[in-house]
Design a protein around this ligand. Structure first.
Ligand code: ADP
Ligand code: MG
Length: 638
């Protein structure tokens, strides 16, 4: 016999195990789902490897999962004749958590107030095997890889270390024995040596597993030696069955099996494509975006079956990148079985399937938006940004994608609007779709840029998500209506009034000529020009940008991310009808020039602050402000 070695778990694994052992997660029976799911994965892998190496799978051998119990010893054994593991694989898959992000995961758990969230978080990391420690004091594993010579024995009580040794020979596959904790219904631990209990759990979570799950049951209550193997699951792949035949729970459990998510899915979609290329797809939308969704490490892709064999566990090419949140299975008989990964990527079938699935999903989302608005909000909160990625990358489907976007609007306090709904509500004489981006809704609702539009009673999209500005710029026009950013470029609200306004402005320009020249000279370091405004109503001044400039909010964010860009100076527009501006023009002669300069600094600062931008010269602004206050108080005292 080979020597037994004791290995310590890495620190993170230890912490995870601790978490499992002391878990207050009440739904402990799911450990069985996890172990059966692993056994099923292992058989899938064997079948796949056997395509190229038929000797791995002796003819006539039945691939199955077996469960055996011993009430006296309080053990439960789960056995499969799948791919098995080499010693090295046991160490790297079972002994350590190789998955990136474990640290972040543990950090999240530590922070989370609600301990029961551990289940949800654990699920996201696919630490399925460790769930055995929720119900067992000790776990033994015995495994031989299909192409290996030796059996590896592994065991642990979950207390920081595990024991491992190997021996020549043994049967192919993996056998896991749990030394069960005391039955404790209050803490969700049932008697897992009772085959009735096992049958119920298997039916509940693992019915669709495509290999027989056999439980060793007593033939006769009195005679211990009489037993039989009873197949508990129905084994039919869900996607091949009619919807009416399948229970909702089965769809949900299947999702957990393939996605390694412990939450229910938000929605699923069963699709059979007929015609030139035939395939079936069972697709799921998760409820929550995984923590690593926006990281490079995020594992996307759909399972691909060809003639009942799992060819790829996560084939990314079946969907465009922006739909990477979709989980599921695709089965097609049209693909060759022994196709290589490299070939898959360019295969015309795969390209056609991707196109078909994308179309199907986009209309599925549209239907959800039309018919289940609340649910769509939940979906959009999690994956809206992914759809926005699509607007910028999937030009073929841009029209469909832009119909799926939602924006906050002045039309409603909480609800979100689509561009289509906005256009439907537009006034007959309204020509453009108005939007503005800033840090908060409150800031935008009080922005001088929105005054004239609000007075007209036109709707405004109040955007606070920086990416929305880029998206709307990319869309440019919707149903022939220009998407117009307020505060950028010329704003013409009424063609008929345009001429009248312009001639008024011409006249006013004469009266304000001197002030405009003086302000322009004094503020030339900060603004490109000083002009009279056509659109301001109650505000004395504002800043106007060029049509394609970024808003201050987006600028700030890009700057924080270390992006470099040329900041162009803006135009200061002043309101010729405002008492303050009139007063300013009137005091230009005679007044102390230093005081006027300070007032100009304050006016400029006001314009920057109202749009949530940083002050161009905070020191000068503060000085001017303090001097103003001092003068004001002196005047009162005197
Ligand atoms: P996941 O299934 O999400 O990968 P698990 O913790 O359930 O995570 O399993 C970890 C790994 O251990 C699996 O990916 C697999 O490589 C290996 N493994 C677990 N159970 C078996 C088994 N019955 N046969 C072969 N390999 C297994
Ligand atoms: Mg697993």
């Amino acid at each position: 016999m080979a020597e037994k070695e004791i290995h310590n778990f890495q620190a993170e694994t230890k912490e995870l195990l601790d978490l499992m052992i002391h878990s207050v997660y009440s739904n402990k029976e799911i450990f069985l789902r996890e172990l059966i799911s692993n056994a099923s994965d292992a058989i899938d892998k064997l079948k796949f490897e056997a395509i190229g190496r038929p000797e791995l799978l002796p003819a006539g051998e039945e691939l199955c999962i077996e469960l055996e119990t011993d009430a006296q010893k309080r053990t439960l054994t789960i056995r499969d004749n799948g791919i098995g593991m080499s010693r090295q694989e046991v160490i790297s898959h079972i002994g350590t958590i190789a998955k990136s992000g474990t640290r972040e995961f543990l950090h999240k758990i530590r922070q989370s107030e609600n301990k029961d969230r551990s289940g949800e978080l654990i699920g996201q990391f696919g630490v399925g095997f460790y769930s055995a420690f929720m119900v067992a004091n000790k776990v033994e594993l015995k495994t031989r890889r299909a192409d290996g010579e030796e059996t590896t024995y592994w065991s642990s009580t979950g207390n920081g270390s595990y024991e491992i040794y190997t021996e020549e020979g043994g049967r192919r596959g993996t056998e896991i024995t749990l030394y069960l904790k005391e039955v404790d219904p209050e803490n969700g631990i049932e008697d897992y040596t009772n085959t009735w209990v096992l049958e119920r759990i298997i039916k509940k979570y693992s019915d669709f597993i495509s290999y027989p799950i056999k439980v060793k049951v007593k033939e006769n209550e009195k005679d211990e030696s009489q037993f039989k193997w009873k197949t508990v699951n129905s084994m039919k792949p869900l996607w091949q069955r009619a919807k009416s035949e399948v229970k909702e729970e089965d769809y949900r459990e299947f999702y957990k099996h393939i996605s390694h998510d412990w939450n229910d899915p938000l929605k699923y979609l069963l699709y059979k494509a007929e015609g030139r290329i035939e395939y079936t797809a069972l697709l799921y939308i998760p409820k929550k975006a995984p923590w690593d969704f926006y990281y490079q490490s995020y594992r996307s892709g759909l399972q691909l079956y060809v003639k009942k064999v799992l060819i790829s566990e996560a084939l990314e090419d079946l969907l465009p990148r922006y739909l990477r949140f979709v989980k599921g299975v695709v089965e097609s008989a049209d693909l060759p079985l022994n196709i290589s990964r490299e070939m898959l990527q360019q295969d015309r079938h795969i390209v056609a399937i991707r196109k078909g699935l994308t179309n199907k999903l986009l209309s599925f989302f549209q239907e959800m938006l039309n018919k289940e608005r609340e649910l769509y909000y939940d979906f959009y909160r999690e994956f809206g940004n992914a759809l926005k990625e699509g607007v910028n990358s999937d030009f073929e489907n841009k029209d469909k994608l832009q119909n799926l976007l939602l924006f906050p609007s002045s039309n409603s306090e909480k609800g979100l609007t689509t561009l289509k709904e906005y256009v439907e509500r537009m006034h007959p004489e309204q020509k453009e779709i108005y939007y503005i981006l800033g840090e908060s809704r409150q800031l935008l609702e009080n922005s001088p840029h929105t005054e004239a539009v609000r007075q007209k009673g036109y709707e405004i999209l109040y955007l606070t998500e920086p990416v929305d500005e880029l998206i709307l710029q990319a869309i440019g026009e919707y149903e022939g209506k220009k998407l117009k950013a307020l505060g950028k470029g010329e704003l013409v609200l009424d063609e008929k009034e345009k001429e009248k306004k312009e001639s008024q402005l011409k006249k006013a320009e004469k009266d304000y000529e001197e002030l405009l020249i003086w302000l322009k000279e004094h503020l030339k370091d900060y603004v490109r020009d000083v002009k009279l405004s056509q659109n301001l109503i109650s505000a004395p001044a504002c800043l106007m940008a060029e049509e394609l400039d970024f808003s201050p909010h987006l600028e700030k964010i890009l700057k924080r991310q270390g992006e470099r860009f040329e900041k162009t100076k803006k135009i200061l527009e002043i309101n010729p009808n405002h008492e303050l501006i009139k007063g300013f023009a009137g005091s230009l002669k005679g007044r102390d020039k230093e005081i006027l300069k300070e007032l100009a600094t304050l006016l400029l600062g006001y314009a920057f602050l109202t749009e949530g931008a940083e002050l161009p010269d905070p020191v000068a602004f503060n000085k001017a402000l303090v001097n103003l206050m001092a003068r004001q108080l002196q005047a009162k005292v005197a």
